[in-house]
Structures are given as structure tokens and as C-alpha cells.
Design a protein around this ligand. Structure first.
Ligand code: ADP
Ligand code: ZN
Length: 813
């Protein structure tokens, strides 16, 4: 009886594929193993075994698994369950989930090699000029060649058909070779050959003083450090000994050289300093969380800024580790600062690994391999994607800054929400999840109040640091009365002056990068737009370029208007770049630093800007929402929010939630022991109720007001949203496909279907976009909607003109 395996391929096609298990693998193959399988004409891929069974599928053309890569599973059962859940819930191909989850270095690729048949001389056949050229070339280089190498060397991109012809004539054969990508890092070490000791070596090296000197150095080093070998690199580092002397000693068999694996994981011994003692409030919160976890799987810790949530996390993490469990600590990318990781490293030392987007592929693979070893990390602190790490014994997930929108992955697929996925992962492992924030997401707080989650509050700041005083400035009024001419109001300037005079610091928050967002012709009103996207370009003064913030395309700046050839292009509005420039002019004695995605592209520049600021090397920090995240400065006296309206005016049901969170978080950066910070919010519309909530630190009333609106307009937490996005090069086709899809859906789902509509940005990178929005009441069965969507997507694609339209889903936006 044959054995079959369903495997996951790293392709955005079906969920799994069935292969026959060859006899020799029948006893070894296991779920979670990597296997190499043929796919398509001549390609091989690394696949993951999802199921092993004895049910021969109906269709006939079944291929065999080529080989098995692992002796132990590389992906565990919890992970496979999670992948399946993500694929189902977020309506994303399983191959996309696999691709996102497994580090690139653990996926192997096959390469095709062409070799000349050994009996080529005896074959009697006619060859075309190109075929002859290939054969001559292969003869000349005497070894198999990759097709890509052949193409390059013969300067011909279309060799495939010729190679196929040669294969048919049996002149050449094509074989697939699989190249491992992940390489263990090794280092060369030198030791003394066992047959030598001090006196026999001296005897052997008589008359070669340099060699004897080297021998003595090595032997002295080994004795002094009580080790058996020295690294070759360090032995030769200072130039005292040459490579040739060393080689001679190795050739004489006095010294031996060997290779040893040398992990990339930086495991310097770290001094472990025990956690700080909790304050009575923190202790109480800690006890309450533990109590909640006796009854519930998820707990929300609502602790105001600087209440010491991190200390509470550290205690809970220690408890989990003591029970022998693992911990995952999630953070938004930009809140993952050295400030925080140093604190956690000090508490947990080498039990902990840090995982973020700037870690290189080999280190990623090594962390993964360590996680599936006998001695895995106990803690991973990382960004959204670390939910894909292989935990086998997860006890606790902490989601810090749980309100943060960057937990959502929008592109590429799988488009998932890291927070909900983490809660699911915890559920599969019977682990607990702690959500922490000073400004909880509306949905999380709703779940806490309705009893689905537990709720614990921390309402005191550490050492009773006063909360900042918040003042609103009406910029429209000031401008009308000609009192305010720059981007800064007189009050803000006065406060900044005072702070700087007292050697204190200032943060200015402006949620828009670039110089002036928009250039406009002063004669005809023309504004430059991206040629591939429906987006107005942003002016970047330093580079003197116009940039598209959607596709990153950059354009030169025309002085004269290209539309009317009469007017000139002038600035409208302002971004961080202009703000920083203006502040430098107004405060010439202060060092002004700017932090936004333009200034933080490099791996370290962002740490550098923060370090300089926290050491007082700069006094004024100007930035986008990056400056509002997880930072802990102790000398910031004033926080200014410039053009707060721009935060609130996005056409999105979450814009007030985001605005509330950003302003509150940014405000939290001000103040220090015994002295309240000052926050100045500049707005042209100070009468909006949201400013009262922010001013009074009144989360509860803000929450209630939001909830009323959400209910009225059918948004979460009362409704689940799914956006269907259709994209195509031709506008007509995509518009028709969207109409058709929406019509099919309306037949079944009725008024839950809205649209299709053209989104605010209707074209990106030459693709026209249409959106259909689904609003499903909470009780509506999740599986049923997904089935309906898949079925109708299939119906739409059956029409040939819609076949290649790109369709994807964004669930719980
Ligand atoms: P949150 O995450 O709630 O904003 P943090 O945990 O970052 O607050 O704490 C704010 C500051 O107070 C940090 O510098 C931290 O070291 C300090 N702190 C908080 N709790 C304690 C404690 N129990 N003992 C000593 N320092 C503390
Ligand atoms: Zn663009």
C-alpha cells in the first residue's frame, strides 16, 4: 500500500499538493519535514509536509517526492495549525503564508544544469548553428553549465528552445541540482598535534627560530587560557607571525588546523541584573493580571504612559520562564529601541533573542534553527513577523503598544493582523496573551469591558511624575489676526525658549514628511502628480526632488508650470523638513534633529538620532509619529503638535482613534520627576470634542463617543470588515469585474455589500483599483463568508477578460 504526502509549496496557488512517498522515505517522513519536490516542467521546490496518508487521490499524474531534507521537523504542529488559520481567516494563499514564515535561507531552490552526453560523438544528427554553438561551448568548458550561465556567456536569452531540441536529440541532458542556501559559518582553528610536547617540538624545530617562536606562542596561549585551540585569524592578526611560517608548521605536522562552526548569534556573556522592585501599584497590577489569567486567556493592561508596564511584563516573563515556558514579546518596529532591548537583555541575558526586519537572512535562519534545537531561546522579543517563530512550549505572549496600526501587514500577502494572529497562536499552545497600552485600541477595550478579555489598569505614573498640562492653540484665529506667521505659535515659541534656556529639550511632532507636501501653480492651480499613481507629489527640498509617497518614484522639479507655462510652482502646507528648517532659523543656537522615514533609512541612523537626543547632543527633535513611540527621555519639557488637524482628517473610520493615540503617546514623552511637562497642540479647529478628551486624559469618554459612532455607522467592534481589492492595467476591465463581483455578492449577502468604489488613491503603479466593502454583523459565520467569496471569485475569473485581474482581500481592516 502506497503512502502519500500533502505538502505546502512556496507558491500562491492551491493550499496543498499531493505527492507519492517513495519506498525509501516511508519510514522516515514526518509532518513538518522539508522535502524537495518536482513541480511544473523541470523545477524543484522546498515544500513542507502538511499531512501523511494512504488515500490515493483520484487524478492520475502523481509525482514522487524527490528527497527529504530534515531528520527532525523544521516546522511544528502549532505552526502548521497557525499557517492554516491565517490562510483561512485572512483569505490568503497557503504558499504566501509559508513564504512569509520560513526564513529565506531555509528554502532551497533548484538550478538546471546542462551537460553533454558522453556518447555525443556517436550521435548522427543535424544541428542548427545555435545548437552547434552550445555544444562547442560545453565541450570547451568540460563540465555541466547552468542555463543562466550559458545564456550569459553565449549572449543569448532564448536558449531554452534550443536546449529542449538538443535534449530531444539526446545530445545533451538537463539535470536539476539543489543548492543549500544556508551555510553554517565556520572558522579555522589551530591546535598542537598530539604527538608533540614542549621538548620534542624544540628538538624538531632546531635551527628554525621563527617556527619555534610561533610554537611557543601557541602553547603559551593554550596553557594560559586553558583551551585546546586558538583561532587562526587571531593568531595572525597582529602580523608577528606570517602565514608561511604557520603553513610550514602545519605541513610538518607539528600544528594542526581544523574548522569549527562559529555561530552568528552574538552570545557574549551578559551580566544579569535582576528586575527592579515593583512599586505597590505595579505589584497590585501584576497580581491582578495573574488572577485574570486563571480565568481568561487574554488580559488588557491599560497603563498610562510611564506607569512602568515594562516592569510588570518583566515579572510575568520571569514567572513563565520559571515554569519552564517560553515567552514571545511583540513590539511595533519603531518601538523596538536599544533602550528597551538593553533593559530586557539585562534582565534575561542570553535566554533572549531579538528579531526584527534589519536582521540578516543567515541570522534569521540561525535563530530559527536554535528554536527547534534541544536548547531553544526562552524569550523572543520581536516585531510582527516573529509570530512565525517555532515555539514549542509557549506560555505567554506580550503585545506591547497593542493599539499600534503597524501590527497590521498590508503588503505583500499574507495580509494579516499580528495582534489577532498572536492571540490565535497563544490559543493553539494554551498560552496566555497580555495586551499592553496607554491608549488601547477601541476593539481591545470593548472586548475587555464585555468580559471577553480581562482588564487591569495602572493609573499612577512611576514616582508620581505629573501628567503634562495640555494647551490648545487656535492657529486659524492667530493667523487671521496676523499674530502667527510661521509654523510655530507665539505660545509654543515662548515655551520652547524657556525650556532651552533651562537646558531642557523639545519634541515637535508633525505627521507628514517632506518639505511642503504640495506644489501648486500660482497662476492655473496645477499640482504635479505621479504618472503611475493618482497621487499628488511631495516636495523634498534637500534632494530638490518631487516624490510619490506611494511608489517612491522621484521627479525633477520644474520652476515654471508645465501646464500653463506662465505661473511658478509654490509651496502649500508643510512637512517635517520645512518645520526643521524653520525651527533652525528661529532657534539658531539649538541643535535640531529630524526623524522621519527620510532620515532613518539606514540600519543605525535611527538609533543614532535617538541616542544623540537622549544624551543631549541635540535639543530639539522634529519628527513624524516615529517620535511618539516607546521612547523614554528624561529631559523633555515641551512637546508641540503641529497641525493636529491633519491627523484627524483622514477619510477613515479610525482617524480619530489614531489621532487620540498619537497625540496622547507624544504627550507622554514630556515631563520628568517633580515637574509636569507642557504639551501645546496647534489646530485650526480647537472646538472638536476629541481635543477635550485628549486634554483631560479622558480615555473613557473618548471611548464611549467612538463606540456610539461605530455602532451607528456599522464599524468594528460591532461589524467585521472585509475589503475586496481588484487591480488591473486596464480600467474598463477592472471596473466591469468589480461590478460583476459585487452583483454576485449582493445576491447572497444583500446590504452587507457596499460598492464597488474607486478608492481615494485610484491608481497605483499603473494599476487601476476598485474596492468592494463587506460589513458583516458580528454573529455572521466566518467560514460561510469565505466560501462565498472564493466561489464567486471563481465565477468572476471564468470570464476570460477577467482571468488575470488581481484580486485580494483585506480582512478586519
Ligand atoms: P511604560 O512602559 O508604562 O510607559 P516604563 O516601563 O517604560 O513605562 O517605565 C517608565 C520609566 O520608569 C522607566 O525609565 C523605568 O525604568 C522606570 N520605572 C518604572 N517602574 C520602575 C520600578 N519599579 N523601579 C525602578 N524604575 C522604574
Ligand atoms: Zn507613484
Amino acid at each position: 500500500m502506497s503512502l502519500f504526502a500533502d505538502v505546502i509549496l512556496p507558491l500562491a496557488l492551491a493550499d496543498s499538493y499531493t505527492y507519492e512517498v517513495p519506498k525509501e522515505l516511508e519510514n522516515t517522513i514526518q509532518i513538518g519535514h522539508r522535502v524537495i519536490v518536482p513541480f511544473g516542467k523541470s523545477k524543484f521546490y522546498t515544500a513542507i509536509v502538511l499531512r501523511v496518508h494512504k488515500n490515493r487521490p483520484d487524478h492520475i499524474a502523481l509525482k514522487e517526492i524527490h528527497s527529504q531534507l530534515d531528520s527532525n521537523p523544521i516546522v511544528n504542529q502549532h505552526q502548521l495549525k497557525l499557517w492554516q488559520w491565517i490562510s483561512f481567516y485572512y483569505i490568503a494563499p497557503m504558499g504566501d503564508v509559508y513564504n512569509a514564515a520560513l526564513p529565506a535561507q531555509l528554502k532551497l531552490e533548484s538550478k538546471a544544469y546542462v551537460s553533454l552526453s558522453s556518447n555525443y560523438g556517436e550521435i548522427d544528427t543535424q544541428l542548427s548553428p545555435t545548437e552547434l554553438e552550445i555544444v562547442n561551448y560545453l565541450q570547451e568548458c568540460k563540465r555541466p553549465q547552468q542555463i543562466s550561465e550559458l545564456s550569459r556567456d553565449l549572449n543569448n536569452k532564448n536558449l531554452h528552445s534550443h536546449i529542449n531540441a538538443l535534449t530531444a536529440k539526446k545530445v545533451v541532458s538537463v539535470t536539476q541540482t539543489i543548492n543549500p542556501k544556508y551555510k553554517e559559518r565556520t572558522e579555522k582553528y589551530i591546535c598542537i598535534h598530539s604527538q608533540f610536547n614542549e621538548s620534542t617540538a624544540q628538538e624538531a624545530l632546531k635551527g628554525a627560530p621563527k617556527q619555534w617562536e610561533l610554537y611557543q606562542f601557541v602553547s603559551g596561549f593554550l596553557k594560559k587560557n586553558n583551551v585546546t585551540s586558538i583561532s587562526r585569524k587571531s593568531l595572525l592578526a597582529d602580523g608577528t607571525f606570517t602565514t608561511s611560517i604557520l603553513t610550514t608548521l602545519i605541513n610538518k605536522n607539528v600544528l594542526d588546523q581544523f574548522e569549527m562552526s562559529n555561530s552568528r548569534l552574538n552570545e557574549k556573556a551578559i551580566h544579569i541584573d535582576y528586575a527592579k522592585e515593583l512599586t505597590p501599584h505595579q505589584q497590585e497590577a501584576y497580581e491582578e493580571v495573574k488572577k485574570v489569567f486563571k480565568e481568561k486567556d487574554v488580559c488588557l493592561l491599560h497603563g498610562i504612559t510611564s506607569s512602568g508596564k515594562t516592569e510588570v511584563y518583566i515579572q510575568l516573563m520571569k514567572d513563565a520562564i520559571e515554569r519552564g515556558e517560553q515567552v514571545l514579546y511583540l513590539l511595533p518596529e519603531i518601538a523596538l529601541t536599544t533602550q528597551l532591548t538593553n533593559r530586557l537583555k539585562a534582565a534575561f541575558g542570553n535566554d533572549l533573542a531579538i528579531y526584527h526586519s534589519k536582521i540578516n537572512d543567515n541570522v534569521r535562519a540561525e535563530i530559527w534553527l536554535k528554536m527547534i534545537s534541544d536548547n531553544p531561546y526562552k524569550i523572543i522579543i520581536g516585531v510582527r513577523s516573529s509570530i512565525f517563530m517555532p515555539f514549542d512550549n509557549l506560555g505567554l505572549i506580550i503585545i506591547d503598544e497593542e493599539h499600534d496600526q503597524s501590527y497590521r501587514q498590508t503588503d505583500p500577502s499574507p495580509r494579516y493582523h499580528g495582534k489577532n494572529t498572536a492571540i490565535m497562536y497563544a490559543h493553539f499552545q494554551k498560552a496566555k496573551t497580555l495586551l499592553g497600552s496607554a491608549t488601547p485600541a477601541i476593539e481591545s477595550y470593548y472586548n475587555a469591558l464585555s468580559g471577553k478579555y480581562g482588564l487591569v489598569s495602572l493609573t499612577e505614573r512611576y514616582e508620581n511624575m505629573a501628567l503634562p498640562t495640555i494647551t490648545l492653540v487656535d492657529t486659524k484665529d492667530l493667523r487671521r489676526r496676523k499674530i502667527m506667521k510661521s509654523l510655530l505659535s507665539p505660545l509654543l515659541m515662548e515655551q520652547m525658549q524657556e525650556a532651552l534656556a533651562n537646558k531642557q529639550q523639545v519634541i515637535l511632532f508633525r505627521n507628514r514628511r517632506g518639505f511642503a507636501p504640495i506644489l501648486e501653480c500660482n497662476s492655473c492651480g496645477y499640482t504635479p502628480k505621479c504618472k503611475d499613481c493618482d497621487v499628488t507629489l511631495t516636495y523634498h527640498k534637500y534632494q530638490n526632488r518631487l516624490k510619490c509617497h506611494y511608489c517612491d518614484a522621484s521627479y525633477p522639479v520644474a520652476k515654471e508650470c508645465p501646464e500653463c507655462n506662465e505661473g511658478t510652482l509654490q509651496h502649500l502646507g508643510s512637512g517635517t523638513e520645512q518645520l526643521a528648517e524653520e525651527v533652525s532659523t528661529l532657534f539658531p543656537d539649538a541643535v535640531v534633529a529630524r526623524m522621519d522615514t527620510d532620515t532613518t533609512r539606514g540600519a543605525t541612523s535611527y538609533e543614532q538620532i535617538l541616542n544623540d537626543f537622549s544624551q543631549g547632543k541635540s535639543q530639539i527633535l522634529v519628527g513624524t509619529k516615529m517620535v511618539s513611540k516607546g521612547l523614554d527621555f528624561d529631559n523633555v519639557r515641551v512637546v508641540g503638535i503641529i497641525q493636529a488637524d491633519s491627523l484627524l482628517n483622514f477619510p477613515n473610520f479610525r482617524s480619530h482613534e489614531d489621532g487620540f493615540q498619537m497625540i496622547t503617546q507624544a504627550s507622554g514623552r514630556s515631563g520628568r520627576k517633580g515637574e509636569a511637562g507642557r504639551v501645546i497642540i496647534q489646530t485650526s479647529n480647537p472646538n472638536q470634542p476629541i481635543f477635550d478628551y485628549i486634554k483631560n486624559n479622558d480615555f473613557n469618554n473618548f471611548f464611549n463617543a467612538q463606540l456610539t459612532e461605530r455602532n451607528m455607522f456599522k464599524y468594528p467592534p460591532f461589524y467585521r470588515l472585509i475589503v475586496i481589492k481588484l487591480r488591473y492595467k486596464y480600467e474598463n476591465n477592472v471596473a466591469q469585474a468589480a461590478d460583476y463581483f459585487a452583483m454576485l455578492l449582493k445576491n447572497t449577502l444583500g446590504e452587507r455589500v457596499l460598492g464597488p468604489a474607486i478608492p481615494a488613491v485610484g491608481r497605483v503603479q499603473q494599476y487601476y483599483i476598485r474596492e468592494i466593502l463587506l460589513k458583516m454583523e458580528m454573529g455572521y459565520p466566518v467560514a460561510q463568508v469565505r466560501n462565498i467569496l472564493k466561489q464567486y471569485e471563481g465565477t468572476v475569473r471564468q470570464r476570460s477578460k477577467f482571468k488575470y485581474i488581481r484580486i485580494h482581500y483585506e480582512v478586519d481592516i
